[in-house]
Design a protein around this ligand. Sequence first.
Ligand SMILES: NC(=O)c1ccc[n+]([C@@H]2O[C@H](COP(=O)([O-])OP(=O)(O)OC[C@H]3O[C@@H](n4cnc5c(N)ncnc54)[C@H](O)[C@@H]3O)[C@@H](O)[C@H]2O)c1
Length: 479
Amino acid sequence: MSSARDIKVPQEELAHRVSRSLGLSTSPAAPITSTASSFGFSAAVGSTPASVAAAARAAKHLKPFATEDIKILLLENVNQTGRDILAAQGYQVEFLKTSLPEDQLIEKIRDVHVIGIRSKTKLTARVLKEAKNLIVIGCFCIGTNQVDLKFAADNGIAVFNSPFSNSRSVAELVIAEIVVLARQLGDRSNEMHNGTWNKVSNKCWEVRGKTLGIIGYGHIGSQLSVLAEAMGMNVIYYDVVNLMAMGTARQVPTLEDLLREADFVTLHVPELPETQNMMGPKQFDQMKEGSYLINASRGSVVDIPALIEASRAGKIAGAALDVYPNEPSGNGDYFHNDLNTWANDLRTLKNIILTPHIGGSTEEAQSAIGIEVGQALVKYVNEGSTLGAVNLPEVNLRSLTIDEPDHARVIYIHQNVPGVLRKVNEILGDHNVDKQMTDSRDDVAYLMADISNVDTQTIKDLYAKLESLSSRIMTRILY
Ligand SMILES: NC(=O)c1ccc[n+]([C@@H]2O[C@H](COP(=O)([O-])OP(=O)(O)OC[C@H]3O[C@@H](n4cnc5c(N)ncnc54)[C@H](O)[C@@H]3O)[C@@H](O)[C@H]2O)c1
């Protein structure tokens, strides 16, 4: 943490700073309407006196240090969208296309405040121990099991990921699979590749007027609902939560109701003890004769031997699987019985589409991940917001505004033990605390407080006092 700096800024510089933080032109001749910046600002501002005043009421762009002091290491070819967002802040961004061997990673991570990775970089306790300046990790992907989340939290390092950026991609894949299954396209295509012309219409269907049953009506399920209705399908859904229907979709009270009514059944639930094998022999039995099953959620949700049985018995007319109980860590010749004991049987079945967990794998999803994680990192570095963090409690305060120049934001990450708030409030006690929020998650608590009428010396004193508390994990003061 570099030392605090004077928060008094001359009015002209203030206006300039606002313009810069909003990404606006400072040319007096060129009033520009800003599009929302990465902070969600939306101001229409030209550089007239009135508009400068308007800008002065805009959200204050907090900085813990001079921006160029913030060092970011991006590994594994993080998407351009994320790189652009971070570079636009003026941070020092180092970008590498690959992951790094552990010794090189340790060497590099010592120096940086932020690291961006994808799935190959393992941020173990051993690596993170060396990361003395690190405040936040961005996983530019869905999963976070490559990071020791507990060690990170215990050391006040926030971790962000992007769990929902690929929802649309999955929904579109499922739509494609519905049509492919209904027309047996996989089989026809395989036959043609083998030189066989087999023109059939028997048991090939239009999807218009058929019923799609969606199990789990969350981000993906609800997107799918809209797309399916646009193709003339009737949509029903089952979810453990009561959820507002999209379009004319209808929630049904039980899984059995859904299975008895749907021509196509598609799963979009999380991996939980309750969802393990939620499609087993009993559920296949409840499905309509000649219906179809699609699973692009998690491999543990479908009992695959039961599916093989239902397919062989002609109970289901086809299935599409994108996820499996065991999946290989790299590409190659792996889809055999050594990976999953039933793999060879599955491969012999007719009208079964097998894809290698590609539901969310599109260029658009990668680009959206770059934006979501890039923005979360900026919000965390500049404002301390932990919304969306996977290992710290989610705490957010509305942004300070530019017309609150002598305010500072105190962030105190501490052990979740009794009596800390009293001690912190004793330290903050003499100052006007405008707003404060605190929350805890397991052993770690996160406190944010905006205080007014503080000068440089006060900030330094507060910082030193908070750092001296035994409960302290990390103190940051933004101004
Ligand atoms: N194939 C891929 O590449 C891919 C990509 C992204 C997500 N996914 C997976 O898709 C699944 C859904 O993702 P999402 O983003 O829509 O999740 P989400 O959290 O937005 O929605 C899940 C829904 O399932 C409901 N649910 C939970 N338990 C249930 C139960 N026992 N019965 C019925 N409903 C239940 C929840 O209430 C919620 O509405 C997840 O398992 C996710 O891992 C797969």
